[in-house]
Ligand binder design. Sequence first.
Ligand SMILES: Cc1ncc(COP(=O)(O)O)c(C=O)c1O
Length: 368
Amino acid sequence: MKIPYVNIKKQYFIERRNLLSVIDKTLSSGNWVGGSEIDKFEESISKICKTKYCVSLNSGTDALTLGLHLLGVRKGDEVITPPNSFVASTAVIVHLGAKPVFVDVNKDQNINVELIEKKITKKTKAIMPVHLTGRMCEMDKINKISKKYNIPIIEDSAQSIMSSFKNKMSGSWGKIGCFSTHPLKNLNASGDGGFLTTNDKKIYEIIKNLRSHGMEDDRNNVKNFGYVSRMDNLQAAILNYRLKNLKKIIKSRRINVQNYIENLNFNHVKIPLETKDQFNTYHTFVIQVNQRDELKKYLEKNGIGTAIHYPVPIHLQKCSKLLGYKKGDFPETEKQSKRILSLPINQFLRKQEIIYISNLINKFYKTR
Ligand SMILES: Cc1ncc(COP(=O)(O)O)c(C=O)c1O
């Protein structure tokens, strides 16, 4: 049996007929930059995330950059964030001339809230929790810290569309929520894309202006020196089409997790279970195991694709050299980077395939 880690081709073949008609309709409209699909997408996202505003953008990275910029993050400032995210979460801080101040994580891979206060200084301009794997951080506690020190929260919600904590949606806890619609995300465009959510009208209006060269109404009046960060109307049309299936996709992923839970032997495999406060959407399904690299190879030999998110923590990457961190600074992150393995979890998997993967994993450890 061959089971790829992701199956974007299959997604396309299933959607093909409907999607081609959506693409044709959008291109025929002649509105390629800006247009009604953009407005429709932003309205739908505001409803889903339960925020007043949404601004569609061309990536999650740009959402984070513009969001931090609007929170006033400038040269010499500090932003608190975990070191086990996708590198973009940290890169955006560095590009603004600020310092990423890393805080280690819990067993569930999310920022350890107990360690945040110790890292706050006069220079701290924002707290950026990352809802890794589609599991939300302990936002009630982070919110308390944010209020106590008057430091805004910018959520890296890139992996967590429709996740919630204590029944409050991802992207609605902080001053700003930043999402990605990269092809590997649960809600995926057919290329790069992202958006930002907020309840702050001023932030909404300025980012809407900045994303399109700072132009007002037409090309001849420019309010601010801006960027080209807008989402294409075509990607918005594709996302509008896919939004209809998002709930179903998340439901399938959650059923897949249940099937793993029922079939994996937990003497060898650790997974942080969903708590009563969480609704996880499983952008990834990550197990924590000994002999991770051997298991990965064994599964590969048996036709199973897996991934590691992420094998090298950001503070130990070459690009972080100048930040001054060293091995041993974040023990839980470093330990997990050697133990984590993302198993196939996509919505196209069948129950038999999950049983097959689970049995292989159980067999691997039986002989050790
Ligand atoms: C946690 C996290 N932050 C930020 C990003 C950046 O998003 P994008 O790839 O849309 O720029 C991603 C996505 O890849 C991500 O997973």
